[in-house]
Design a protein around this ligand. Structure first.
Ligand SMILES: *Cc1c(COP(=O)(O)O)cnc(C)c1O
Length: 408
């Protein structure tokens, strides 16, 4: 076996489809978000505006968060030193879990090292905790939920995206006495659409199922205290398991679930991805707790955030650019071809100092490649005008290329 050749061949396949991933090497500057400096492969650099960060509110630069992290390092040192069970639980972990349980109006919360791990670890172990479990999963659920459901190895049914009629038809067909779980997201982050939470909860009650809601792209951003769409829609008490991240709107890192004490205690006791890994460093948990606490008290930041997203969508629409019909803070613009998508992204960065990563398969279905903009409260009208001007120019350029048959 020529191992090197096998690795190269695998990557060549990706490259030939135009979806080889190139990471942008960025230097960020404290307090200057969303500005950063991009370093090219040859070592030269360029100042750019970041338009695709999931630090949706710039909390990663909030002095309240940074001060809490500095103080925790000074007080505790760096790493946690162990798994949660073996010396890796600091007071900061305990406080953060309380803060998160309070945020979601639940008995308890449980921390994981990331949102990915929270989904994978929880969903996979639920099959063991609830023998005979049948999971009903939205077809556009995140890779981490799919991984958890697959690794759990039990029965699963995929329902068409946000299609409650299809979901109900699958629930009707399942044995009435089998334990059932509906797994879905609130904000779907690539299209920017939002699930019908009340409708899903009603179906769960009708068929005696429990609900598992990924609010990763909503925590910090929706609801009076930033608990997510379930808070905004008044159904927080009806969601059995809420899963979130500390790495996006909260600006730090980590993941969690929140729910009844019995459920959380079971996951704590059985989930491999919780038990057998070093816990988050105290500085991260202290920073996350400060961020959650601060955002509970600052709903006005959420209003500004929504206004910024609406403004950018309107500016794209006015310019005739194909902005997708998002009802959230996500502003996706359809390109529909991976090569084209990468080319537009490269030109925005090199020629205009605008950084937006191309979104390609398998993150989105083939043929729906897009640019995904995430304006924050720190993106000004002037930055938006520069962006729209650059996009108009490139769209004209690319249309000419397409008419000439180059990119078709
Ligand atoms: C990013 C993401 C996750 C994973 O969260 P991390 O904290 O980044 O690991 C889970 N679910 C969805 C929908 C996501 O987009």
């Amino acid at each position: 076996m020529d191992y090197k050749a096998a690795f190269r061949t695998a990557v060549e396949q990706v490259r030939s489809e135009g979806r080889y991933r190139v990471f942008a090497d960025l230097k960020r500057h404290r307090g200057a978000f969303p500005r950063a400096t991009w370093t090219r492969d040859d070592g030269s650099s360029k100042d750019i505006i970041v338009w695709c960060s999931n630090d949706y509110l710039g909390q990663g630069q909030n002095p309240v968060v940074l001060d809490a992290m500095h103080a925790a390092i000074d007080a505790n040192g760096s790493g946690s030193g162990g798994t949660r069970n073996i010396s890796g639980t600091t007071h900061h972990h305990v406080e953060l879990e309380r803060e998160l349980a309070d945020l979601h109006g639940k008995d308890a919360a449980l921390l994981f090292t990331s949102g990915y791990v929270a989904n994978e670890a929880t969903l996979s172990i639920l099959y063991k905790v609830l023998p005979g479990l049948i999971v009903f999963s939205d077809e556009l659920n995140h890779a981490s939920m799919i991984a958890g459901i697959r690794n759990g190895g039990g029965a699963r049914h995929i329902f068409r995206h946000n299609d409650l009629e299809h979901l109900e038809s699958l629930l009707i067909d399942a044995p009435a006495d089998a334990p059932k779980l509906i797994a879905f997201e609130s904000v779907y982050s690539m299209d920017g659409d939002i699930a019908d939470l009340a409708g899903t909860v009603a179906l769960a009650k009708k068929y005696n199922a429990i609900t598992y809601l990924d609010e990763v792209h909503a925590v910090g951003l929706y609801g009076q205290r930033g608990a997510g769409v379930a808070e905004r829609d008044g159904v927080m008490n009806d969601i059995d398991i809420i899963e979130g991240t500390l790495g996006k709107a909260f600006g730090v890192m980590g993941g969690y679930i929140a729910g009844d004490i019995e459920m959380v205690d079971a996951i704590r006791s059985f989930a491999s991805g919780f038990i057998f890994t070093t816990s988050l460093p105290p500085a991260l948990t202290a920073g996350a707790a400060a961020s959650v606490r601060w955002l509970k008290q600052h709903p006005e930041v959420r209003d500004i955030h929504q206004e910024r997203a609406e403004t950018l969508k309107q500016m794209f629409r006015d310019a005739g650019l194909p902005v997708m019909p998002s009802v959230s803070h996500i502003v996706p613009v359809m390109v529909g071809d991976p090569v084209h998508c990468k080319m537009v992204s490269d030109m925005l960065l090199e020629d205009h100092g605008i950084y937006v990563q191309p979104i390609n398969y398998p993150t989105v279905p083939r043929g729906t490649e897009r640019l995904r903009f995430t304006p924050t409260p720190f993106h000004t009208d002037e930055m938006m005008r520069d962006l729209v001007r650059a996009m108009e120019k490139l769209w004209a350029h690319c249309n000419i290329a397409r008419l000439g048959g180059v990119a078709a």
